[in-house]
Design a protein around this ligand. Structure first.
Ligand SMILES: [Cu+2]
Length: 173
């Protein structure tokens, strides 16, 4: 798998070199840029944006109220999204502690504070403390997180609807 990716990258590089050579030989068709006539492709790839999100997960934010959750039940979630063209890459890390039972799943859900909503990003299932992941997300999910209308929810065996929850907020962009 990794070898294949390398091969594709090498072929891509060879193709780029070939295009550059062709551009030089044939009087050029704008490949390589550097001039003042920047193409739309160059402009859109330059407009990549990065957002940093955080959430502090507690039992108190959970809706409906979890059963038997300890006051010390808590978690942290941090993530970054990188927008490049229409692609949004989401890198995340989740920690949690003092849960009643195994963490069977964690998601990002759509919803304001105090309101339950649908899953917009599936993070893990089952989940372990300190787990990380990288995936592509939709623009709808990105927009909800930027607006503050998304939250992270950790589901456990004893609290299938969720035991700790935290509203996502933008901390840097
Ligand atoms: Cu969920």
């Amino acid at each position: 798998m990794r070898r294949l990716v390398m091969l594709v990258l090498l072929l891509g590089a060879a193709g780029a070199l070939g295009a550059a050579a062709a551009a030089l030989a044939g009087g050029g068709y704008g490949y390589g840029g550097g001039g003042t006539t920047g193409s739309t492709t160059a402009a859109s790839s330059a407009s990549s944006e990065t957002y940093v999100f955080k959430a502090t997960l507690t039992r108190g934010q959970e809706v409906p109220r979890p059963v038997g959750a300890k006051a010390t039940a808590a978690g942290t979630f941090s993530a970054t999204t990188k927008e490049q063209g229409s692609t949004r890459t989401f890198r995340w890390k989740l920690t949690f502690r003092n849960l009643t039972s195994r963490a069977v799943a964690a998601h990002v859900h759509m919803g304001r504070r105090g309101v339950s909503g649908p899953v917009i990003i599936a993070l893990c299932g089952p989940c372990r403390n300190g787990q990380t992941g990288t995936l592509k997300i939709t623009s709808n999910a990105e927009d909800a997180m930027e607006r503050g209308t998304a939250y992270v929810n950790v589901h456990t065996v004893k609290n299938k609807n969720g035991e700790i929850r935290g509203q996502l907020r933008v901390v840097a962009s």
